[in-house]
Structure formats: C-alpha cells, structure tokens
Design a binder for this molecule. Structure first.
Ligand SMILES: [Zn+2]
Length: 239
C-alpha cells in the first residue's frame, strides 16, 4: 500500500525549506494563533507518520501546521483510495481549489484567515523522523481516563473528567504501584467508598481487568469517528 503513494503534481521543487516569513507576507503563526483563540478546530488531532509511513504520534493542529510550514512534514491525504502527498504550498493550493469548487466533505475541517482558508490535514508524515517509539503509550492520567472511556470502573457510570479520579486497585499502602495494571478510573464517590481496601474487601467489582493498551487510547477513540477513518489505513497495517 505504501508503494502506491505518489507525489501530487502541485508540489513545487524547493518549496519544502521555506525560510521564516513567506512570500505571501504572513506567517503560519498568524493564522494558527488566531484560530487557537477562536476555534475548536485547533483542538483537533492530526496523526503523524514517520518517514516510513508508520503511525507514531498524535499532534495538535497548530503543531502539525508548524511542521508543515517549516518543511519538515508533508500532508498525506487519502483521496479515492489513493495516497497523495502535499507540501504546505501544495496543500494550500489544493485547499483553495476545493473551496472554489465547493468540494468539501462533511468530515473536513477548515481554518479561515483574512487572506485565505486552508483545510486541516488529518495525517502528516514527518520527513526527518524514522524511528518508532518503543513505549508510545504514555502512562498518565489523561490516557488512563481515555482507556477507561471516562467510565468509573466500579459503578460503570460515565463522568466528566473533573469528577473522576485515579484509583489504586491494590492500595498504595499495601504495596500497589503506579502502573497500567493497578490504576483505574474511578468516580470520587466510589474512590471514597473503597478507601484503602482492595475491591474484594470493599465488595466492589471492576468493570474489566486493567491492562496496558496496545495503542494510544486517544488514537483508539478517534478512530471510531468518521472524521478519522483514514487513520485506520496506517494504524492497522503496523499492528
Ligand atoms: Zn463510581
């Protein structure tokens, strides 16, 4: 599938290494900053592939545009089962064309500035990065909440992040550590009820045994949305 990737004709030679202050007289930071303040589009995610088309990270939109503009990344766009790559200028031209023809998909997102509008890419490829991070799933609060789908593992109810806590299944005082296998998402009320006891002692049962996720819980969650359908083409291949 990777060998099927072809360059889009609109790519311009030498445009990859654009120096600071581009020929149009505005910086990408200009519209990125503007969008970050005003638009939820900036909170969307962009899948980053390494140079060998292996999914390695999930980036924010401003970060993705910054890399594109610097020329250290290119957009990989899935169009009618073909993989097209664009540098920043090519992607901007493609966006303009799409806007002109009103050829927009419901799952597309756009950033609008005074001078132009540009489509938010769903996937970018890091041109200077060929590693595959060994422990790409970070053990942190956000990822535990995502793994457990913001669902208290004791009462099985879903809560907003502010009403959730992390619970040590085997309490710390009894030697329980901070690990994927011993930390679960719990609502405050269940956490208080359980106290310093094991679930068994407290008469509580876990929704499912906690395990380390195989891939980033953020990626797993996003892949269920039609917007990020194209991510699956890269993630399934390498797992
Ligand atoms: Zn609960």
């Amino acid at each position: 599938m990777i060998s099927g990737v072809r360059r889009n004709k609109s790519r311009k030679k030498g445009s990859r290494c654009t120096p600071a202050g581009n020929r149009n007289g505005h910086t990408p930071q200009g519209h990125v900053t503007q969008g970050r303040r005003r638009s939820p589009v900036m909170q969307l995610n962009v899948l980053a592939l390494n140079r060998n088309y292996v999914a390695v990270h999930v980036l924010t939109v401003p970060r993705a545009f910054s890399l594109l503009w610097k020329g250290t990344a290119e957009v990989v766009n899935v169009e009618q089962d073909q993989y097209l790559s664009y540098d920043f200028d090519g992607w901007r031209e493609n966006s303009e064309l799409k806007a002109e023809l009103e050829d927009r998909d419901d799952t597309d997102d756009w950033i609008r500035s005074v001078q132009f509008e540009i489509q938010v890419p769903k996937i970018i490829r890091l041109l200077l990065y060929d590693r595959v991070p060994r422990n790409s799933v970070k053990f942190n609060r956000r990822n535990v909440f995502l793994r457990d789908e913001h669902c208290c593992q004791y009462c099985r109810k879903r809560f907003p992040r502010q009403q959730l806590s992390l619970d040590h299944v085997m309490p710390r005082s009894r030697g329980g550590g901070d690990s994927w296998e011993n930390i679960v998402c719990a609502c405050l009320s269940c956490n208080v009820r359980k106290g310093g006891r094991t679930p068994q002692e407290a008469g509580m049962t876990l929704k499912k045994p906690p395990v380390k996720p195989k891939r980033s819980p953020l990626i797993s969650r996003q892949m269920t949305q039609p917007k990020y359908e194209s991510w699956g083409k890269f993630i399934r291949i390498h797992e």
